[in-house]
Design a protein around this ligand. Structure first.
Ligand code: FAD
Length: 397
């Protein structure tokens, strides 16, 4: 579709020239920034509004799985991301002593899709995305307070007193999205009952662990670690709580994992506790609609998931690609509908499967743990591969 036609479809009653039009994005997370890059590359003008005073990620890593890296290949970012991160060629579930329970060999997918899985520091990724933007206007210290729509024109007001009208608004403002709360107030955030600690530490991993993600499952808790750069390890630890995350304290982290493998104990001991980021794990109960008139949600705002499949950001990155392709081909409403039809089944599959994995990973009954581990150990690789096979496939556009 021609750009002029595209903008006419967005605001049929108002005459704008193409150069006057913009698409406004709320949120400069991985989803918002990737969407702006994808839209820029289609020749569309974007403005981002971000609540923070500077664009800075928590001190943690992230795994960009094969589907996300296929998108970054299309956006011309693969090489740079690979060169600033660490290639991961298998994802392992182990016992607390790092004895293997199940393994997904990623080399099969590397060959199939010709991209690799990359573990990288979140801050480094964010900087790469920011550097790629050319014309997008980024407005920091703009915390969205309210969005309404009249005659298909989204009006946004910010805590700093500013207000804007948009031809089209994309809500990329994460799990607690204000855009979503204004448009779909019935949607519910679910607490998974798990506290999560994350850290990045200078650590020389034994060579056998350097190109894999290992997640050790114990009794009601687990510990994952992966190299993200030379001598830099990103780790995360989760523990089930009964009522509130404050039942557990970062200062006792060593004791929660005292029966884990020495490498895990050493990683925890090497990380200054004041640099550990603590959060509660939540997701968004799957919802049927992501768009209304000229506003559309993407990423965590639309389909936040628990992190158990390492797919939250990857799904946001897929959204960015699919939405930009749809907006390039169809008028706004058809584009939003097509985007939702193409993305919702997979995004919801991730949310639901990840929720189940979270429960399974945190079993505490020793008999059930034994049965679970046995089933996972004897599952043939061809079956273990089925899940990522489906998730790593981008939709045909
Ligand atoms: C422990 C943990 C580990 C994870 N590991 C992985 C992983 O390995 N791989 C993976 O793919 N995913 C992972 N995820 C998930 C991933 O972090 C999220 O899915 C991803 O960050 C979502 O991106 P987003 O851009 O949609 O939202 P966000 O990253 O939440 O970004 C939202 C942005 O909007 C801004 N914002 C919020 N409210 C407002 C407002 N009112 N006004 C203006 N701006 C606003 C925020 O400041 C932020 O910049 C993990 C998540 C957790 C919790």
């Amino acid at each position: 579709m021609k750009k002029e036609q595209f903008f006419k479809s967005v605001l049929p009653d108002i005459h704008f020239t193409y150069s006057q039009m913009t698409i406004d994005i709320i949120g400069a997370g991985i989803g918002g920034l990737t969407t702006a890059i994808a839209l820029e590359q289609k020749g569309l003008k974007t403005r981002i509004y971000e609540q923070a005073g500077e664009i800075k990620q928590v001190g943690a890593g992230i795994i960009l799985a094969n589907n996300a890296m296929q998108v970054y290949e299309k956006l011309g970012l693969r090489k740079e991301i690979e060169s600033h991160g660490n290639i991961i060629s298998s994802m392992n579930i182990t016992k607390a002593n790092l004895k293997l329970v199940s393994r997904v060999d990623l080399s099969y997918f590397e060959k199939k899709h010709r991209v690799k899985n990359v573990a990288i520091h979140r801050g480094v990724l964010q900087q790469i995305l920011l550097n790629k933007l050319q014309s997008t206007e980024i407005n920091l210290k703009h915390s969205l307070k309210h969005v309404s729509q009249a005659g298909g024109i989204p009006s946004s007001t910010f805590e700093n007193g500013k207000s804007i009208q948009s031809s089209m608004l994309i809500g990329a403002d994460g799990l607690t999205s204000v855009v979503r709360q204004c448009l779909f107030p019935e949607n519910k955030v679910r607490n998974a009952g798990q506290v999560c600690w994350r850290g990045v530490v200078n650590f020389d991993l034994p060579p056998e662990y350097k190109n894999e993600l290992n997640e050790a499952w114990g009794r009601g808790e687990r510990f994952g670690f992966v190299q993200i750069d030379k001598d830099k390890v990103y780790w995360y630890a989760l523990k089930s709580f009964k009522k509130h995350k404050d039942e557990y304290s970062v200062s006792d982290l060593d004791s929660y994992f005292s029966n884990y493998h020495a490498v895990i104990r050493d990683i925890i001991a090497a990380t200054p506790k004041e640099r550990v980021h603590t959060a509660m794990i939540s997701d968004l109960k799957p919802t049927g609609t992501w768009h209304k008139e000229n506003v559309c949600l993407i990423g965590d705002a639309a389909h936040a998931t628990t992190p158990n499949m390492g797919q939250g950001a990857c799904q946001a990155i897929e959204d960015a690609y699919v939405l930009s392709e749809c907006l390039n081909k169809y008028d706004t409403h058809a584009a939003f509908e097509k985007f939702q039809n193409l993305r919702l089944p997979k995004a919801h599959h991730v949310v639901k499967t990840s929720w189940r994995i979270g429960k399974m990973a945190h079993l505490s009954n020793p008999l059930l743990i034994k049965a679970r581990n046995l089933i996972m150990t004897i599952t043939p690789p061809s079956i273990s591969r089925k899940q990522p096979e489906q998730i790593f496939q981008l939709p045909a556009l």
